[in-house]
Design a protein around this ligand. Structure first.
Ligand code: BG6
Ligand code: MG
Length: 214
């Protein structure tokens, strides 16, 4: 059955995936590196440092570790500036309804995100006290597709991996859930990779999946 649902954050709970794209676009434009939405889709779920490595595949020069550190800091500064006015209005469609449904059916809810900005974002969108547990980028050493962040969430919840359902918009995240022996529902961009247990064109359909599997 499904005893817990672990949600990715960026691109599943809130539209901050678009701000990650904009921040990376501004850095790559300044560095004269070709970057577009196709490349951006490869960054979904991937840590900040690993995202930079993917972007630098298109660079015309080698970057030193020091130069990379500067770019990482700049990216996060641009990103955080874009988050200044972030509010609950950017919570994605169906999120509040699905969480209410899960809670009223005694199914635990957690966040499993690679982002080190998770606490800040949850606070800005008013969901700081909504989730039973949070596992985020500040608590892990291995980024998706490694299952570490989801296993941490499951352990914190005290729920066995096989009873967890992950919700993901990233191919790396779908793989991470499967690598952790969890079921996974793909939303948004992750539907394309067709690896998930379930593909949801609308998040609200998660309620049907929970009904059928319990
Ligand atoms: C993931 C995003 O949730 O978090 C990635 O999908 C991002 O795009 C990663 O790189 C790390 O985020 P942050 O906020 O720590 O830079
Ligand atoms: Mg995501």
């Amino acid at each position: 059955g499904i005893k817990a649902v672990i949600f990715d954050l960026d691109g599943v709970i809130v539209s901050t995936d678009e701000y990650h794209y904009k921040a990376w676009k501004s850095i790559s434009d300044k560095e004269n590196i070709n970057f577009d939405r196709t490349i951006n889709n490869r960054l979904r779920g991937v840590s900040r440092a690993e995202s930079l490595e993917i972007i630098l595949e298109k660079a015309n020069k080698e970057y030193t570790q020091e130069e990379k550190e500067v770019l990482l800091e700049e990216k996060n500064n641009v990103y955080k500036k874009l988050l200044t006015n972030l509010s609950s209005s950017e919570i994605l469609e169906g999120v509040n309804e699905v969480i209410d449904y899960l809670k009223s059916n005694n199914i635990k809810v957690a966040i499993g995100s690679s982002s080190k900005n998770t606490s800040l974002i949850l606070e800005k969108i008013g969901l700081s006290n909504t989730f039973d547990e949070i596992a985020d980028g500040t608590m892990i050493t291995k980024s998706k597709p490694d299952p570490q962040v989801f296993i941490l969430a499951a352990n914190k919840l005290g729920v066995s991996e096989k009873d967890c359902l992950v919700v993901e918009d990233a191919e790396a995240g779908v793989e991470a859930a499967l690598n952790g022996n969890m079921k996974v529902a793909a939303v948004g961009d992750a539907i394309k990779c067709n690896k998930a247990t379930f593909n949801l064109d609308k998040l609200i359909k998660l309620t049907d999946i929970v009904k059928k599997n319990n």
